[in-house]
Design a protein around this ligand. Structure first.
Ligand code: FES
Length: 168
């Protein structure tokens, strides 16, 4: 009789213990799901490169931000690599020193101003800041419209022939 009671008591405690574990796991999972997403990847502030890596008239691609960094009159600017026409990725062409969209031929200068093609504006921009670690951060969650047509932020002539651009 006493053994029977002890066994029931033990089983009861085991069930209660299991129930507490299940409830704790559910609460932790719910809490974890409700946490805001980390902002280290695209859509948040993306850590890029040291400021000295963007020197002179260089164009530096930051794949994690899907963006380019350059300096215009010593001011650091970050441009989206997404074409403002239909969203193709726009590569930098070293030979012409232009951004040339391979989809429908839009051409942008180093400042992202639209020079020709069907894009309605220049390349869109992201704010940048220098983090506590001294690196450039690109805020990919805060896209700003690129310069309107006719903007001439810079007047750099092409430095050579264009890269292959498929005309449609
Ligand atoms: S997507 Fe770039 S010109 Fe059409």
């Amino acid at each position: 009789m006493s053994n029977e009671i002890e066994r029931r008591d033990l089983l009861s405690k085991a069930w209660k213990g299991g129930l507490v574990l299940i409830l704790a796991a559910g609460a932790w999972t719910t809490w974890d799901l409700l946490q805001p997403l980390a902002t280290k990847g695209f859509g948040g502030k993306v850590r890029a490169v040291p400021p000295e890596a963007v020197a002179g008239e260089e164009v530096v691609e930051v794949p994690a931000a899907r963006a380019y960094l350059t300096r215009i009159d010593d001011e650091l600017i970050a441009m989206s690599e997404k074409c403002t026409h239909l969203g193709c990725r726009v590569p930098w062409c070293d030979s012409s020193s232009r951004f040339e969209c391979p989809c429908h031929g839009s051409v942008f200068n180093r400042a992202g101003d639209i020079l020709s093609g069907p894009s309605p504006r220049g390349l869109d921009r992201y704010p940048t800041e220098i983090g506590d670690d001294g690196l450039i951060y690109i805020d990919t969650g805060d896209l700003e419209d690129g310069p309107p047509p006719g903007t001439e932020t810079i007047d750099d002539p092409p430095t050579g022939p264009p890269c292959a651009v498929e005309e449609h």
